[in-house]
Design a protein around this ligand. Structure first.
Ligand SMILES: [Fe+2]
Length: 258
C-alpha cells in the first residue's frame, strides 16, 4: 500500500500549507466571504478552477422564461430520504431544518432546496465512488423540498459518514450534505455544503479550509438543536442559509467539489 502511495503528498504537507495560508490571513484579518478559487492545498482543483475574473453576461431570454420546475412537481415525501426504498436506511436518523433568508432576515419563500449526500458508511451512489464502503439498498442520498411561507426547509435523513478522496494521501472529507438552491429560473442557482459541529476533520480538509476566514466557514456548520430532536426517533440539526449581506453563506464558485 505504501509503495503505491509514494507519489501522493502527505496530510502533513497539506496541513502545513493550510496553516501557512491561515497565518497569512490572520495578520491582516480582512473579512472574506467565499471560498478562494485559487487555494493550492485543494490540489485536485488546481488546473480547473477559474483563473480569470468572471465575465458578467445578461441571461438569455430562454433562461429567464423557460420553465425550470413547478411547485406542484415537488412532492412533500421527497423531503424524507429514509422512505425512498422498501426499508429503513442504516445510520443515525436525523432531521435537518433551517430558514433560507436574505441579508435582512426576510424569508425566501417557495425556494427549491435540493440535497445529496453519502450514506452512513460514507459511500455515494455514484459510478465514480468505488471506495470499499457498503452501499445501502435503502438509501439514495438525494432529496428535495420547497421552503414554506416563512422560508423554512426540513429534511429527514441519516447522518452521512466521512469518506476518502484522492486529493492527497489519506485525504478524508468531513461529513457533509451538499445543498443546491434554485430560484425561479436557470440563472438562479447556489451550491454549497453543510457540515456537522465538532468534526475532527475540519482542520485537515482543503475544501473546508479554502474559506480562509473562520467566521465565514463556520457559517457552513449546523448546530445541534435539541428542540428539533424527536423523542425516540431522530436527532436534530439546524442550519440557516443567508443569501446576501455580511453574514451570507459561502457558496461554491467553480467545479463541483467532492
Ligand atoms: Fe460530498
Amino acid at each position: 500500500m505504501a509503495d503505491t502511495m509514494t507519489a501522493l503528498e502527505s496530510q502533513a504537507d497539506l496541513s502545513a500549507e493550510i496553516e501557512d495560508t491561515a497565518a497569512t490571513w490572520a495578520t491582516a484579518r480582512e473579512p472574506e466571504f467565499q471560498p478562494r478559487r485559487d487555494y493550492p492545498p485543494y490540489r485536485s482543483t488546481l488546473l480547473r478552477h477559474p483563473t480569470k475574473d468572471l465575465f458578467q453576461v445578461d441571461p438569455e431570454g430562454v433562461e429567464l422564461f423557460a420553465p425550470a420546475f413547478g411547485q406542484r412537481d415537488v412532492a412533500p415525501l421527497e423531503a424524507d430520504l429514509t422512505i425512498q426504498r422498501g426499508g429503513e436506511p442504516l445510520g443515525e436518523r436525523m432531521v435537518v431544518t433551517g430558514r433560507v433568508v436574505d441579508g435582512d432576515g426576510r424569508p425566501v419563500r417557495h425556494q427549491l432546496v435540493e440535497v445529496w449526500q453519502a450514506n452512513a458508511g460514507g459511500r455515494y451512489v455514484h459510478q465514480r465512488d468505488q471506495h470499499p464502503a457498503p452501499l445501502d439498498p435503502n438509501f439514495t442520498g438525494m432529496g428535495r423540498t420547497l421552503t414554506d411561507a416563512d422560508g423554512v426547509y426540513r429534511f429527514t435523513t441519516v447522518k452521512p459518514g466521512p469518506y476518502p478522496w484522492k486529493n492527497h494521501h489519506n485525504a478524508w472529507r468531513p461529513a457533509h450534505i451538499h445543498f443546491s438552491l434554485f430560484g425561479t429560473d436557470f440563472t438562479q442557482r447556489l451550491v454549497t455544503q453543510m457540515y456537522f459541529p465538532g468534526d475532527p476533520l475540519f482542520a485537515l480538509d482543503p475544501i473546508y479550509q479554502s474559506i480562509v476566514d473562520p467566521a465565514a466557514r463556520e457559517r457552513l456548520v449546523a448546530t445541534y438543536d435539541h428542540d428539533v430532536t424527536t423523542h425516540e426517533w431522530a436527532t436534530g440539526y439546524r442550519w440557516d442559509i443567508v443569501l446576501t449581506g455580511a453574514h451570507r453563506t459561502p457558496v461554491e464558485t467553480g467545479e463541483d467539489p467532492a
